[in-house]
Design a protein around this ligand. Structure first.
Ligand SMILES: Cc1cc2nc3c(=O)[nH]c(=O)nc-3n(C[C@H](O)[C@H](O)[C@H](O)COP(=O)(O)OP(=O)(O)OC[C@H]3O[C@@H](n4cnc5c(N)ncnc54)[C@H](O)[C@@H]3O)c2cc1C
Length: 377
């Protein structure tokens, strides 16, 4: 039975699906969002919410910077519960080799108009006194920030609904293609375009796409206001995040507006179960304490896991799928989907309504050739 007809049906009400729905509705397309679970309950609920400019590749830089600017434009409208704070990132360098990376990053960002500041060991100690002594320095990126992803997804979807979008939450989709979206209860929507924004579950609906689950763990502490002031990420993190085969952990902590400290992060391929893996969790916490020894005195109140949707080249898939002219993909955002959600929605709808884009969209087209791997949180 066909329940309704839309210009666009978006499958997935995570932050990416919500951003796509909002862009569709603002472009006056009739749009519905369908999710089998809840709004922002997938990777979006698990993510750190670091809005970060990254430079593992020019394409990654372009997408993250563009999206960060879209978040800045939206900032005056974001409700309190989105907890958007422009706290800045400090990339922490442990030794001279990592200081060389600080200088490389500084040149790259400077050349592209992103404000940054090189920090000496003394600056680092002054800005973040809980870091261990003896670190080499760091790079401050003041325009980076944080937000609370599930509330951001709710906000984007509510905005979409205010512009006429429909939300069908609690409807599991079993099949998409040929302009039809079939639900588990056998009802169907008919759509000119179906957007697969099902995150790490996207391959279940669009077989053969190159998206794999990459599991991550996070820990949140009780409230310790002022314990940490910036998002702190070890530069050595780049070494671990780029590992394709082995499990990895890195020091990555975030101040929440509540005064809590969010501690990450881990990466695992081939771990399909969502239960906490105590071995990797303990490695992750040891790593965090090696940079911030005082974390050992804090109380953790919750630990959780989530699944990043990883592509081989660590760039998302945004655009038409070659297997069916009615299916578009908006998935594969790995550790950057909170940051890049708004740019994804914008680039997707640019393609749907045939308007030009502010940045080149070719690097993210699903039809691109595979390129070497890069990654984030
Ligand atoms: C530990 C961790 C830390 C992270 N930290 C950051 C960070 O600091 N900054 C950042 O930018 N990104 C971060 N990320 C990445 C970010 O969380 C994701 O890239 C982003 O949330 C992806 O959003 P999404 O909407 O594509 O997917 P999801 O949020 O997973 O949403 C997919 C939705 O699709 C629905 N769905 C799936 N299959 C079906 C179906 N068959 N029928 C109906 N509905 C379906 C699911 O219920 C879900 O709601 C992190 C991720 C993890 C795991």
């Amino acid at each position: 039975m066909t329940a309704a007809t839309y210009d666009v049906v978006v499958v997935g009400a995570g932050i990416v699906g919500a951003a796509c729905a909002l862009e569709c509705a603002q472009a006056e397309l009739s749009v519905a969002v369908v999710d089998g679970d809840m709004i922002g309950g997938g990777a979006t609920a698990a993510g750190m919410g670091h809005i970060v400019v990254m430079d593992d590749s020019d394409a990654q830089f372009a997408l993250t910077r563009y999206s960060q600017q879209l978040w800045q434009q939206l900032r005056p409208e974001l409700p309190e519960d989105v907890e958007n704070v422009q706290c800045g990132t400090i990339w922490v360098a442990a030794d001279d080799e990592e200081m060389a990376e600080v200088h490389r990053k500084r040149s790259y960002y400077n050349a592209r108009g992103v404000p940054v500041e090189v920090l000496s060991a003394e600056d680092l100690e002054r800005l973040e006194p809980k870091l261990r002594k003896g670190l080499a320095g760091g790079l401050l990126v003041p325009e980076d920030g944080v937000l609370y992803p599930p509330c951001a997804a709710h906000f984007l979807l509510e905005e979409a609904q205010r512009h006429g979008a429909k939300a069908h939450i609690g409807s599991q989709v079993t099949q998409i293609g040929s302009g039809r979206v079939r639900m588990a209860d056998r009802t169907e929507f008919s759509a000119g375009i179906i957007v697969n924004a099902a995150g790490a579950w996207a391959p279940e609906l669009t077989h053969g796409i190159s998206v794999k689950k990459r599991k991550g763990h996070l820990v949140i502490t009780d409230r310790y206001p002022g314990f940490v002031r910036h998002q702190l990420v070890e530069l050595g993190y780049l070494k671990s995040a780029h590992s394709v085969s082995s499990d990895s952990v890195a020091f990555n902590v975030q101040p929440r507006r509540t005064g809590q400290v969010l501690i990450g992060s881990s990466r695992q391929y081939g771990a399909e179960h969502k239960e906490v893996d105590h071995e990797i969790l303990s490695r992750m916490l040891q790593r965090a304490q090696s940079y911030m020894p005082a974390l050992a005195q804090t109380s953790a109140i919750r630990v959780w896991t989530g699944f990043r949707a990883a592509t081989p080249d660590k760039l998302p898939l945004i655009g038409p799928w070659s297997g069916d002219s009615t299916v578009y993909l908006a998935t594969g955002h790995e550790g950057l989907g909170i940051t890049t959600s708004l740019a994804t929605g914008r680039l997707l709808v640019d393609q749907l309504v045939n308007r030009s884009s502010d940045i080149a969209r070719e690097p993210y087209l699903p039809s691109r050739a595979a390129t070497p791997e890069h990654a984030h949180a």
